[in-house]
Design a protein around this ligand. Structure first.
Ligand code: SF4
Ligand code: SF4
Length: 348
């Protein structure tokens, strides 16, 4: 069973140490992400129209997956968004045209104010996404939650590393796959994953090792067939995500001797066509303590947006937000490799 970096008090629990480690990887002159962007015609990474308002409710999670980029786990009660910060998020949301509120964590469903945020976002006419680890839906405290979400048209984006038990349990722990299937059956029974746009069920997969995510299009059919044939489970679409070289996946890369090779693979896979669709261009990412970031990955690395004078959500200024330049470092190669990678899957 994996434990959080924080509970083990290891140096990699500190984002500054993760950034130092990435910067120290020998990359033969190919490790400068900004130079790669410039060669691709992007002298600066600037925002597009804001579409996604992503609220990270905290790092508390019922699981402790090996690849977690959040260092989430059952011990992370130290990082939970307060009701007062949630209300500041809602006031900021009112300033923006974002069509989607994306709730993430940790496991957002175990946050005490989860249903409140959903209700408030729905009341504002925004589409809501719940980033769900599936097993959380089986907790006693969440009885009836699936139907409640379905009644409000909430989209479920459920992480499932693989449709094979072995691959999923290797990342999420023994028994995780069986619980995931049980939760998928619950979702199907509530009308999710059957083509109804108000009960959309997306699955998000990520590779088990130090390689890029396969193209979504090429594996989606295989996933549909395997899950329906073997478990009678259906879903609407598959999203493929590269593992980011940060937090617990970074620790695994170091321990398995894969860090240098993985960074070389990400850099060599740079795809200029993936830049326009990078999620940092159309997203605002808010941390449990109300700080603002270009994306969830920068959030986990403590790379505040507007670094010269960071703004908290409590004093949100939309015009200033849209005028910023995105903060980039080497981990960004994880988003531009292959078909591109984001919380919405491939970017090309
Ligand atoms: S990967 Fe997701 S489910 Fe796993 S520990 Fe992290 S936040 Fe929890
Ligand atoms: S890590 Fe964040 S800032 Fe970097 S390219 Fe990806 S989405 Fe953009």
């Amino acid at each position: 069973m994996t434990e959080t970096l924080q509970s083990r008090r290891v140096p990699l629990a500190h984002p500054a140490r993760q950034l130092e480690l990435l910067d120290a990887v020998p990359m033969n002159g190919s490790g400068d992400f900004d130079a790669a962007l410039a060669r691709a015609g992007w002298p600066a990474l600037t925002p597009a129209a804001l579409e996604i308002f992503q609220i990270n409710l905290g790092k508390l999670c019922n699981m402790t997956c090996r690849h977690c980029h959040v260092d989430a786990g059952p011990d992370r009660t130290d990082a939970m968004m307060s009701r007062e910060t949630i209300d500041a998020c809602l006031r900021a949301l009112d300033q923006t045209p974002a069509h989607t509120v994306d709730l993430t964590g940790g496991a957002p469903e175990i946050h005490p104010h989860f249903r409140y945020v959903v209700e408030q976002a729905v009341a504002r006419g925004r589409h809501v996404i719940d980033r769900c680890n599936l097993s959380v839906l089986l907790l006693q405290r969440n009885a009836g939650l699936v139907e409640w979400l379905g009644e409000r048209g909430v989209e479920i984006v459920a992480s499932l590393p693989h449709y094979r038990k072995r691959n999923t349990d290797a990342q999420r722990g023994d028994g995780a796959f069986e619980k995931s299937i049980e939760a998928l059956r619950l979702l199907n029974a509530a009308g999710y994953g059957k083509g109804d746009p108000r009960r959309r069920l997306s699955l998000m997969m990520n590779p088990a090792g130090a390689f890029l995510a396969p193209s979504q299009g090429s594996i989606e059919k295989e996933w549909h067939v395997a899950l329906e044939r073997d478990f009678g489970v259906t879903f609407d679409r598959l999203l493929a995500l590269n593992n980011m070289p940060i937090s617990r996946f970074l620790e695994w890369l170091v321990e398995s001797g894969n860090l240098e090779g993985y960074m070389a693979r990400l850099s060599a896979g740079f795809n200029a066509g993936a830049v326009a669709g990078l999620m940092c261009r159309n997203t605002i990412s808010i941390s449990w303590d109300g700080r603002l970031f270009d994306c969830d990955f920068n959030q986990m690395l403590d790379l505040d947006a507007l670094p010269e004078s960071p703004m908290r959500v409590h004093e949100f200024d939309f015009a200033r937000w849209q005028g910023r330049r995105v903060v980039t470092r080497r981990h960004c190669f994880g988003c531009t490799a292959g078909a591109g990678s984001s919380c919405g899957g491939a970017t090309t």
